[in-house]
Design a protein around this ligand. Structure first.
Ligand code: DC
Length: 223
């Protein structure tokens, strides 16, 4: 049975993970949240006071980090379930500069490519269609109105019992959008052959059904 690679890129809080998870579940594919891997690295750096301007310290830290996902898609850092911690504001505020470091990107991209070797994978992030899987059979670039994204992220954090103001969320998203799209190494870009989905006025189901149609057209087959 033919399996394909599906790459989903876009700005923070566009609903990439929701879509990727939904597609993976319907297609019987593996889902990988590449952002969680950058968040796990950022958490390790915070815990161990790794200075981003100390190349040797950063390189050594990358050698000490192993990231996996458990069957529920929870991020595991060196054997510890860090899924809740990596979603905290402190990590969100620290992750973009960490993810801009070429040493960090090289290590994680290598691991992500290995995860996709047997295809049958949906991965979401910022550089999946451009760098990690430039030959992915389907590339989706997700966008949504910025204020809608702020609202969605705010509601999501609130639902998880995390205490942050609308203003804090707005500031964090605009900072990350700026760093993620202006960094030198693999900035967030729409791949030339990506299909854009603007989900500002779509609900989850509409978005999922539309994206699945694209997957079938790209050669995916339901198991
Ligand atoms: O998707 P997210 O918001 O959880 O991602 C966290 C950060 O990681 C984001 O600000 C940018 C970075 N990132 C990246 O540089 N490349 C990826 N493929 C995924 C995330």
């Amino acid at each position: 049975m033919d399996k394909i690679i599906i790459a989903i890129d876009g700005y923070s809080s566009c609903g990439k993970s929701t879509l990727a998870k939904g597609m993976a579940s319907r297609l019987g594919y593996i889902y990988i949240d590449s952002g969680a891997m950058y968040r796990a690295v950022a958490l390790f750096f915070l815990r161990h006071n790794i200075r981003l301007d100390n190349a040797e310290q950063v390189r050594q830290a990358m050698d000490d980090i192993t990231i996996n996902f458990n069957p529920d898609n929870r991020a595991i850092l060196n054997g510890e379930d860090v899924e809740n911690e990596i979603r905290q504001m402190e990590v969100s505020n620290h992750v973009s500069p960490v993810s801009a470091l070429p040493v960090v990107r090289r290590a994680l991209v290598r691991q992500q490519q290995a995860m996709g070797q047997r295809k049958g994978i949906v991965m979401d992030g910022r550089d999946i269609g451009t760098v990690v899987f430039p030959h992915a059979e389907l590339k989706i670039f997700l966008t949504a109105d910025p204020e809608k994204r702020v609202q969605r992220r705010f509601e999501e954090l609130k639902a998880k019992g995390m205490d942050s103001s609308l203003e804090e969320v707005r500031h964090n998203l605009s900072q990350r959008d700026h760093i993620d799209s202006s960094r030198e190494d693999s900035p967030l870009r729409q791949a030339a052959d990506a299909i854009v989905i603007d989900n500002t006025h779509m609900n989850r189901d509409e978005q999922l059904e539309y994206a699945l149609e694209l997957a079938y057209l790209a050669g995916a087959v339901v198991e």
